[in-house]
Design a protein around this ligand. Structure first.
Ligand SMILES: [Zn+2]
Length: 82
């Protein structure tokens, strides 16, 4: 998946997921022009996001929600910090 970093007209920087499976400098140039013409700001950069990394992240957030603690590596719900 490709993520685009866009600087909005408001000056706010946003990272948005795109539907592009791959990216190159020609396509990126076209997106920059189209985004600017649409008044949606300047596309600053793009990143390829490894879906496996994303899966790992969501797996980690699931663990955290279940009370997983990085500090003591158990489901202590943060008790070790008390
Ligand atoms: Zn803990």
């Amino acid at each position: 998946m490709i993520q685009l970093t866009i600087k909005r007209e408001s000056g706010q920087t946003e990272i948005v997921d795109s539907n592009f499976a791959a990216m190159n400098s020609i396509l990126f140039g076209k997106i920059q022009v189209a985004t600017k013409q649409a008044g949606k700001g300047d596309v600053i950069s793009w990143d390829t996001v490894d879906s496996r990394t994303e899966e790992k992240k969501s797996e980690e957030s699931k663990l955290k929600a279940a009370g997983w603690c990085d500090k003591c590596q158990t489901f202590c719900y943060g008790d070790c910090n008390k």
